[in-house]
Design a protein around this ligand. Structure first.
Ligand code: BGC
Length: 705
């Protein structure tokens, strides 16, 4: 059907009946047009208003299909995209996902997920970007721009402070306005202002006593009045309790939607409990978005997205997100001819991503073992067969059998090879690789226990046994971390010679892993989140709230001191700091210049590849503030730049502009930049500062929220 695109929205609203309006603000329950997509709005045929389809999610387009396959690229998880620190690459991923969504008939992609990494146990950490709001906001902006360049909408989620899965439907998040504005809201603010997303999804949880979806302060005052958001707000699926309160708060669309909600809204208007003007406002917000969609324009989607091209994009982003955590005596890259013994069932049961609504249905996933074989690395085939057989045998046993796809596999005991076998593999190979995996997903958080934040005993025994035996024969051991959130590493990292953090990098996982091992890829990812030494060091010690077994409320006692803001200010040594990541080459920094203008800082410096491999560097700018009236973190990330690939000896001149506004703290009323001596710190990580320069601000600055 060709929909009429010329009717002005106000006029259209004036023609709508109350019933039609109530139907528009409540979703259709499920998608009929694209079966198994996460949701669809209701159409109003009489007026030429089509339904629009929404689908997950951050790791790739998820359409369950109800029997019909909707293969889509499994892109790297969000945490990998943030680890790239490369908005250009992330924009390409957004573009590719946008094209896939559009070609399957989707109008709004339910991504990016951009909640702050408050605690390493949050089950959806892999789906979110970072513990730092600037990195989150910049990466999200690039992603949104990419998606929306394809003529469909992106949806920032979950707004806001949805930092745990435990009791997410009911838990009350108690957090100060300062922490909200400086940490939890900030990433969203950047993305709203920079990338103009078509939609925002309100979160399940309560915020300071009110469900996010019923919170007028959040959805109307902050989001629309202060930030100028022009799109539509939808609920998370089944969020909140009171449809009328949601309407009033500025939650335009209730998803997935049911008839009771429609009825409640009609009755409330009739009784005078909900003014029709509010309903009209929400209808208008939805119609403005509908008018931009492919559905409204009558776009004929092909059901044939360009999966071949997008596999390359998935590879490129995964490659840039790999973080090299350890590399003693230049263990990596490996010689291409090296004989490699691969340990750990994760070489076959490799994780492309986390679980839940972000699940994906790719055409294929290249496991680590397949990737090594495809790249013709010299692996110990007999050992690989041993693992194939072990997995087959174990997965047939009660307790280890796979359940349906998308449900975590019960973990297999890793320590099943005898000392004699180990001896044999160590003798005839040059190097050992040990794959460690950790799955997590929507709906459940990990525990600060073995098998959660800590390695299980069998995993540790495998690492000990392999490294002891290989070292005895003068050979090296390399750990590969196929995980979606930070885990404990301090107690075992010295046993191995190198650690490659590949995260959960999507369907090309095996290929990028092989290429990074042999140096075809020079790792250039940096940590978007701190790896704490021990769980007791984590500032959000009361996660997931009180009472711990069934929390109703979670108080953010650590306030603004989230991630490195805490570890740096209070002198706690992490295992790996924020922004950290090694390379096969080394970089030198020089010639720092800082210029203060009326409204920004101009920071210039040079980065030189001073090693032997071509490589990219992520240069980070932190600001150390003066001691003023408002207590502040020791330093905060205020800018970053990823260089192009520099050849050995090559230099890039970097210029980063930092708005002075970004230096402000929120004092409960307004944003204040206090006068005094500031230090610009340019570094390769938050704890590897290479250049410093002071500047003085003589006058205070202040801004309205
Ligand atoms: C998740 C959202 C998702 C939605 C639709 C919810 O359970 O929290 O992230 O977009 O389901 O699948």
């Amino acid at each position: 059907m060709q929909y009429n695109v010329t009717i002005p929205i106000k006029e259209l609203i004036s023609k709508m009946t109350l019933e039609e309006k109530a139907n528009l603000v409540v979703g259709a329950g499920k998608s009929l047009r694209v079966p198994g997509a996460a949701g669809e709005t209701r159409n109003i045929r009489r007026l030429g208003i089509p339904s629009i389809v929404t689908a997950d999610g951050p790791q790739g387009v998820r359409i369950e299909g109800d029997g019909k396959p909707y293969p889509a690229t499994a892109f790297p998880s969000a945490i990998v995209l943030a680890s790239t620190w490369n908005p250009e690459v992330v924009e390409k991923v957004g573009k590719a996902m946008g094209e896939e969504a559009r070609e399957y008939g989707v109008d709004i992609l339910l991504a990016p997920g951009m909640n702050t990494h408050r605690n390493p146990l949050c089950g959806r950490t892999f789906e979110y970007y970072s513990e730092d709001p600037l990195l989150t906001g910049e990466i999200a902006s690039a992603f949104v721009k990419g998606v929306q360049s394809q003529g469909i909408g992106a949806c920032l989620k979950h707004f806001v402070a949805n930092n745990q899965e435990t009791n997410r439907f009911v838990v009350d998040t108690i957090v100060s306005e300062r922490a909200l504005r400086e940490i939890y809201l900030r990433g969203f603010e950047i993305a709203v202002k920079k990338a103009e997303p078509w939609a925002v999804m309100s979160a399940y949880n309560k915020l300071n006593g009110k469900y996010c979806s019923e919170n007028e302060w959040l959805l109307t005052k902050v989001l629309r009045e202060e930030w100028g958001f022009k799109g539509l707000v939808m609920t998370d699926w089944g969020a909140g309790e009171d449809p009328v309160a949601q309407m009033k708060a500025g939650n335009d669309l209730l998803m997935p939607g049911n008839d009771d909600q429609v009825k409640a809204i009609i009755e409330a208007v009739k009784k005078g409990d909900l003014s029709e003007a509010i309903l009209n406002r929400n209808v208008e917000n939805i119609l403005r978005v509908i008018a931009k969609t492919p559905a409204f324009k009558g776009y004929k989607y092909s059901n044939k997205p360009n999966l071949e091209e997008h596999a390359k994009v998935a590879y490129e982003a995964a490659a840039e997100g790999i973080v090299l955590l350890e590399n003693r005596d230049s263990t990596l890259p490996l010689d291409k001819k090296a004989k490699i013994a691969v340990f750990g069932t994760g070489q076959i049961e490799t994780l492309r991503g986390g679980l839940g609504s972000g699940y994906t249905h790719p055409k294929y996933v290249i496991s680590i073992l397949e990737g090594l074989k495809e790249r013709k690395l010299n692996i110990d085939d007999e050992l690989a067969d041993r693992y194939e057989k072990y997995i087959k045998e174990m997965r047939a046993k009660e307790g280890y059998k796979p359940r349906r796809p998308g449900v975590p596999l019960p973990p297999l005991p890793q320590d099943f090879l005898s000392e004699d076998e180990m001896e044999k593999y160590a003798k005839r190979n040059d190097v050992a690789i040990i794959v460690i995996t950790r799955i997590s997903g929507e709906g459940w958080d990990l525990k600060p226990e073995k098998g959660g934040f800590y390695l299980r005993d069998d995993e540790k025994r495998l690492i000990e046994k392999v490294s002891r035996t290989f070292h005895k024969h003068g050979k090296k051991a390399v750990a590969i971390l196929n995980i979606g959130l930070p885990i404990e590493v301090s107690s075992w990292r010295d046993l191995v010679d190198a650690i490659l953090l590949i995260w959960q990098p999507g369907q090309e996982v095996g290929r990028v892993t092989a290429d990074a091992l042999i140096g075809v890829i020079n790792p250039s990812g940096k940590l978007p989140v701190t790896f704490p030494k021990d769980y007791k060091d984590v500032p959000s010690w009361n996660f997931p709230g009180e009472p711990p077994n069934d929390p109703r409320a979670v108080v953010y006692y650590e306030d603004i001191y989230v991630g490195y803001r805490y570890y740096d200010t209070f002198g706690i040594e992490p295992a790996y700091p924020f922004g950290y990541g090694l390379s096969y080459t080394k970089f030198e920094y020089s010639d720092l210049k800082v210029e203060v203008t009326e409204d920004h800082l101009k920071v210039e410096f040079k980065v030189k590849n001073a090693g032997n491999h071509p490589g990219k560097e992520v240069a980070q700018v932190y600001i150390n503030p003066p001691r003023g009236k408002i207590p502040k973190p020791l330093q905060e990330l205020k800018g970053f730049h990823k260089t192009r690939e520099l050849k050995p000896g090559e230099v890039e001149e970097v210029e980063i502009r930092i708005p002075l506004r970004l230096l402000a703290s929120y004092n409960g009323e307004k944003w204040i930049v206090e006068p005094g001596k500031y230090e610009v710190r340019v570094g390769s990580s938050s704890r590897d500062i290479r250049l410093r320069k002071e500047f003085t601000l003589t006058n205070p600055l202040s801004y309205k929220p």
